[in-house]
Design a protein around this ligand. Structure first.
Ligand SMILES: [Zn+2]
Length: 388
C-alpha cells in the first residue's frame, strides 16, 4: 500500500506493523456533521477497512473537541449551556456515523475528560521553558523551533491569515513571535462554566494541546498516521508536532494523511460559512450506501464541488452492481475484488474504485442465469467498501 504523505509531499510506501495506530482529528460538537466531515472520516474508514482486509488490527482514534471557543460561542447564541449542546451534537454525530456504516472507533476521547492531564503537560512545558505568559494566558514559545511553519509549506502571509482565521491572533502585540499559540486561557469570571482549577491555575486549554495529550495517552508518543481535514495542517497539526517534540522528544506521526474539502458554490463547505449539506438530511432521502458511493466519486486529496446529481448516479450504479453481481461468474467477481483492492492500496483512490465498479457492471455477462443472491465475492467487495 502507498499513501500520499503530507509531510513528504509525496507518495510513500506504508508498511506498518501488525497493530496500526491512527489518530484523526474529530468534530467540535456545535452543529450537525456536514458532508465534508463525512467525506473526511469516510476516507479513514475505507483505509481501516482495507487494512483489516489485509489482516492488520487498526486502532483508530477519533477525538471530540468539546472544549473549544466555537462551541462556547454557539451555546451562547442558542442561550443554552455548552455541555448540553455538546452532548446532543455528539449523540447526533454518532447516530449519523452508525447509519452510514462506519467501523467503530478504537477510542473517541473527549477533551473535557483530559483537562487535568492537559494541565500537567502544560506544566511540563512551563518547567522546561517552552512557554511565556501574556496576562495570565500561557503561550507556546515557537522560537525554540526555527522551522515552525515549514511543515505546511505555506507562505508567511498565508500562515498569518490562517492563524488569524482560527482564533490565534498573530497580531497580538505582546506575543514574542506572531505564530506563537495559546496553550491555556486563564478565566476569572465565576459564571464561565468552561473552566477548571488545575496546577497551572484557573481556566481552560487551547485546542492544539488537547489533541497532543489525547493522542499520546491512547496511542503513545509516536504512532503510524495522523489525519484530519487539510484545513487543520496549520496551525493545528503543526502546533501538535512541536508540542510533541517539546514534551516527548519524539516524532508525532510517521505519516500524515489529509483530506481536501468539499465545496458548495465555490466555497469550502463549512460551519462558519453556513453553506452545508447535512448528512442527517440526506439520510432521510437516500440509502447510506448511496451517500457513501456518491462521496467516492471524489478523490480525497482533491475534494471538489459537491454535485447532488451524484446521488442519483450512485443509486443507478448500486442498482447495476446488484444486478451484475447476481449474474456474474467467479472470474468477473474476482477481477472486481482485485481491482478494488489495488485502487484502495493506491492512496485510497476511490475514483479508481468507481471506475472498477462501472467496468464490472458494463462487462458482466448479461445472459447468464440470474441467481437469487449476490455472488459471494461481489458481496465481499461491497462489504469492503461498506456498500452493503
Ligand atoms: Zn486535533
Amino acid at each position: 500500500m502507498r499513501i500520499y504523505d503530507t509531510s513528504q509531499n509525496n507518495y510513500c510506501d506504508f508498511n506498518p506493523s501488525h497493530i496500526v495506530k491512527i489518530y484523526v482529528c474529530g468534530i467540535t460538537p456545535y452543529d450537525s456533521a456536514h458532508l465534508g466531515h463525512i467525506f473526511t472520516f469516510m476516507t479513514y474508514d475505507l483505509l481501516q477497512r482495507r487494512l483489516e482486509d489485509l489482516g492488520y488490527e487498526v486502532h483508530m482514534v477519533r477525538n471530540i473537541t468539546d472544549v473549544d471557543d466555537p462551541l462556547f460561542a454557539k451555546a451562547k447564541e442558542l442561550n443554552t449551556d455548552y455541555i448540553s449542546l455538546a452532548e446532543a451534537e455528539i449523540a447526533s454525530f454518532q447516530e449519523t456515523l452508525n447509519k452510514l456504516n462506519f467501523r467503530p472507533a478504537f477510542a473517541e476521547p473527549k477533551a473535557s475528560d483530559y483537562i487535568f492531564k492537559i494541565a500537567g503537560a502544560i506544566k511540563t512545558l512551563i518547567d522546561n521553558h517552552y512557554t511565556y505568559y501574556i496576562d495570565q494566558d500561557i503561550y507556546f514559545n515557537t522560537s525554540r523551533y526555527p522551522n515552525f511553519g515549514k511543515f505546511s509549506g505555506y507562505s508567511d502571509k498565508l500562515l498569518h491569515t490562517l492563524m488569524a482565521e482560527r482564533g490565534g491572533n498573530p497580531y497580538l502585540k505582546s506575543k514574542r513571535q506572531a505564530l506563537d499559540f495559546l496553550l491555556w486561557k486563564h478565566t476569572s469570571d465565576p459564571k464561565d462554566k468552561a473552566q477548571w482549577t488545575t496546577v497551572i491555575g484557573n481556566g481552560r486549554p487551547g485546542w492544539h494541546i488537547e489533541c497532543s495529550v489525547m493522542s499520546a495517552d491512547i496511542l503513545g508518543n509516536t504512532f503510524d498516521i495522523h489525519g484530519g481535514g487539510a484545513d487543520l495542517i496549520f496551525p493545528h497539526h503543526e502546533s501538535e508536532i512541536v508540542q510533541n517534540v517539546a514534551l516527548h522528544g519524539s516524532q508525532l506521526a510517521r505519516h500524515w494523511l489529509h483530506v481536501a474539502p468539499l465545496f458548495m458554490a465555490g466555497e469550502k463547505m463549512s460551519k462558519s460559512l453556513g453553506n452545508m449539506i447535512f448528512a442527517k438530511d440526506l439520510l432521510r432521502k437516500y440509502e447510506p450506501s448511496t451517500i457513501r458511493l456518491a462521496l467516492m466519486y471524489y478523490h480525497h486529496r482533491t475534494g471538489g464541488e459537491w454535485q447532488s446529481e451524484l446521488l442519483i448516479e450512485a443509486e443507478r450504479l448500486l442498482h447495476s452492481l446488484h444486478k451484475a453481481g447476481s449474474q456474474c461468474d467467479d472470474i468477473a467477481a474476482t477481477k472486481l475484488l482485485s481491482e478494488v483492492r489495488v485502487a484502495l492500496d493506491d492512496d485510497i483512490n476511490t475514483v479508481k474504485v468507481i471506475e472498477a465498479l462501472r467496468a464490472f457492471t458494463n462487462q458482466a455477462p448479461k445472459h447468464q442465469h440470474n441467481q437469487s443472491s449476490l455472488n459471494p465475492i461481489v458481496s465481499k467487495t461491497l462489504e469492503l467498501l461498506a456498500l452493503i
